[in-house]
Design a protein around this ligand. Structure first.
Ligand code: IPE
Ligand code: IPE
Ligand code: MG
Length: 249
């Protein structure tokens, strides 16, 4: 049976692609008197919960910011723990992903990952490549500016001429070329910034910031974000009137 909040969702359109800045693991741990790594471990439970809930709700694409290009500068012990947790997640979850028809995808400078993590990642992507119900993308060693620079480098080396370059072509050179535009960005822990996430792709994404720390963020919080999204009017530069007419037709 659907919960009371969940049933509210049936009244509106669901986002096709949700992207999440999973933030606040360290503060969660701090508040409890634990070390930061315990916060990351607890955060993995929220990853599982949000992936499961998204799949149940019929969301087609979820992208999680798991490790930024800038996060390499954190203490080595924390970086190592994050890499181990990622590997553990992939190894433990692969069967469930296949069973639930969830295709794994990854974006970022993946070649910068430790080779053991990279290998497990590639294997998991391979094992889930035929899954069709949902795409789960992990942003790893990811930075929006880095992505734009990488795209420009490819555009130049492919010899694309300036008159052929337009938005759609440019998008094809980004790591996200196979994904729909993000409809909803969720950032936990109350920080109101993008932190170098999907700088190009977020142009018209609806932004939802919650004070809830990532390890506390579960299905009911996701549903709250979705209900909030459903009450937005996405205008894309048009007027309300134009949007309403478009919806009727
Ligand atoms: C998010 O939590 C996880 C990563 C960035 C890898 P943080 O580790 O940033 O937690 P806070 O922001 O310090 O609380
Ligand atoms: C963004 O969080 C990166 C991830 C969630 C992986 P950060 O905690 O690194 O961002 P800042 O430092 O607060 O901007
Ligand atoms: Mg943070």
């Amino acid at each position: 049976m659907k919960g009371k909040v969940e049933s509210l969702l049936t009244q509106g359109k669901l986002p096709r692609h949700i992207v999440v800045i999973m933030d606040g693991n360290g503060r969660w741990a701090n508040r409890k008197g634990f070390d930061r790594i315990s916060g990351h471990k607890e955060g993995m439970k929220s990853v599982k919960s949000v992936v499961k809930a998204s799949r149940e709700l019929g969301i087609k694409a979820v992208t999680l910011f798991a490790f930024s290009a800038q996060n390499w500068k954190r203490p080595k012990s924390e970086v190592n723990a994050l890499m181990e947790l990622l590997k553990e997640y992939l190894i433990k979850e692969v069967n469930r992903l296949v069973e639930k028809e969830i295709k794994l995808n990854a974006i970022g400078r993946l070649w910068e990952l430790p080779s053991d993590v990279y290998e497990v990642l590639v294997k998991t992507i391979e094992k889930t490549k035929l899954c069709k119900e949902m795409t789960l993308t992990l942003a790893l060693s990811y930075g929006g500016r880095e992505e734009i620079i990488d795209a420009i480098k490819k555009i130049i080396s492919d010899g694309i001429s300036p008159e052929d370059l337009h938005e759609e072509i440019f998008s094809q050179f980004l790591y996200t070329s196979n994904l729909p535009e993000p409809d909803l960005l969720i950032r936990t822990s109350g920080e109101i910034r993008l932190s170098n996430f999907l700088l190009w792709q977020l142009a018209y994404t609806e932004i939802y910031v919650t004070k809830t720390l990532w390890p506390d963020f579960k299905k009911k919080h996701l549903i709250r974000a979705l209900i909030n999204y459903q009450n937005r009017e996405r205008r894309f530069g048009l007027t309300s009137d134009q949007i309403r007419k478009r919806e009727v037709n």
